[in-house]
Design a protein around this ligand. Structure first.
Ligand code: PLP
Length: 391
């Protein structure tokens, strides 16, 4: 495989690099400290204390109590665990309310639940991806068991009013879950001060490894385990713990908590320079999303009349990694459901590129992308029949 020597990684909403400190924290648990934390002997048992330290580190990032944190295998599992628990423990209510722009982890779960006889209502968004709160208030009713709306959107970076939605859910006797996979570690949060019942997160979005996540369950909220078996995680999630990754997630949370304020500013500056210069130097581009209220690391930009995939392929030749919104795996090159929900015109939705940055990016990298991108766009437009037709 011919991988360019230098990679400019602007795809951090897809996954992030494991922080060196995280890797170092994990190393002993992949080598000498391989015991099972459930073992009676000291060799295994000593490992359990490290899981508890990780729980404290993660709880501290969330502004929560350690007992409110359950380690899972990923964000998807956490989403499923929360929503199933709410539905199972509230059998008299038959409805799930989610937004149209949820990640497939929630959206496709909704479709599956519908096939199993539940009612699922979708809250629409406007052209900037903002939630229609009036419609949300109509949809959340006394048949609703749980409302699930993401904290931050993975494609646009848009932030959603989760505190307000939690209040709305509770007013109607429903529980509130948020998929915060893209928000945790990127924006400060204090769950103690909020009435969110469940929150999902994923290690690999905040510089911990893939294959570990967590579910926050607020104290006092009833929870039925999604995976049943052994007594791990106080009987709330069975299965021998992924010790090294849990320790890594704890360390990643500690790092995020320590640096979140300055990182938000730093990453925001990089993103803003990238976005502003693209808007100033390339014609027929538009930012998708709500610039007033979004993650500091994300920009979603449409380059009209060309295909996002073609842009990505040419950028890839320079080692630049970004992402497009099209579901090209289906072979149909349909624009993403998020952009479609926002009513972005086809000619723009097809050419949407998401750049998502992290603390490991630099201004030099931004400048490199800004140097390579305009000729790529010009070249593709030269051969685009749509661009020619647009005049
Ligand atoms: N939710 C959101 C908003 C995401 O962006 C992702 C991953 O991209 C997930 C859920 C799924 O997380 P995981 O890959 O840990 O299952």
């Amino acid at each position: 495989m011919n991988i360019p020597r230098k990679v400019i990684y602007f795809d951090n909403n897809a996954t992030t690099a494991v922080a060196p400190e995280v890797f170092e924290a994990m190393r002993p648990f992949l080598t000498e400290l391989y015991g099972n934390p459930s073992s009676i002997h000291l060799f295994g048992g000593q490992v359990a204390a490290h899981i508890e330290t990780a729980r404290e580190q993660l709880a501290s990032l969330l502004g929560a109590a350690p007992t409110e944190v359950i380690f899972t295998s990923c964000g998807t599992e956490s989403d499923s665990a929360a929503i199933h628990s709410a539905l199972n423990l509230c059998p008299k209510r038959n409805k799930l309310v989610i937004s149209k722009v949820e990640h497939p982890a929630v959206l496709n779960l909704g479709k599956d639940l519908e096939r199993r006889g539940y009612r699922v209502s979708l809250i629409p968004v406007d052209g900037k991806g903002r939630l229609d709160m009036e419609r949300a208030a109509e949809l959340i009713d006394d048949d609703t068991a749980v409302v699930s709306v993401m904290w931050a959107n993975n494609e646009t970076g848009n932030l959603y009013p989760v505190a307000e939605l939690a209040e709305l859910a509770h007013k109607n006797g429903a529980l509130f879950h948020t998929d915060a996979v893209q928000a945790v570690g990127k924006i400060p949060m204090n769950l103690d001060d909020m009435s969110i019942d469940f929150l999902s997160l994923s290690g690999h979005k905040l510089h911990a490894p893939k294959g570990v996540g967590a579910l926050y369950v607020k104290r006092g909220v009833r929870f039925r385990p999604f995976i049943v078996g052994g007594h791990q995680e106080s009987g709330r999630r069975a299965g021998t713990e992924n010790v090294a990754s849990v320790v890594g997630l704890g360390k990643a949370a500690e790092l995020a908590a320590a640096h979140i304020t300055e990182e938000t500013v730093l990453v925001g500056k990089l993103r803003d320079k990238l976005e502003k210069t693209i808007l100033e130097t390339i014609p027929n581009v538009r930012v998708n999303g709500n610039p007033e209220h979004r993650l500091p690391n994300t920009t979603n930009i449409s380059f009209e009349y060309i295909e996002g995939e073609s842009i990505l392929m040419l950028l890839d030749m320079f080692g630049i990694c970004a992402s497009s919104g099209s579901a090209c795996t289906t072979g149909s090159l349909e624009p993403s459901h998020v952009l479609r929900a926002m009513g972005i015109p086809y000619t723009a939705a097809h050419g949407a590129i998401r750049f998502s940055l992290s603390r490991y990016n630099t201004m030099e990298e931004v400048d490199f992308v800004l140097e390579k991108l305009p000729p790529v766009i010009a070249r593709l437009r030269e051969i685009s029949p749509y661009w020619k037709k647009s005049g």
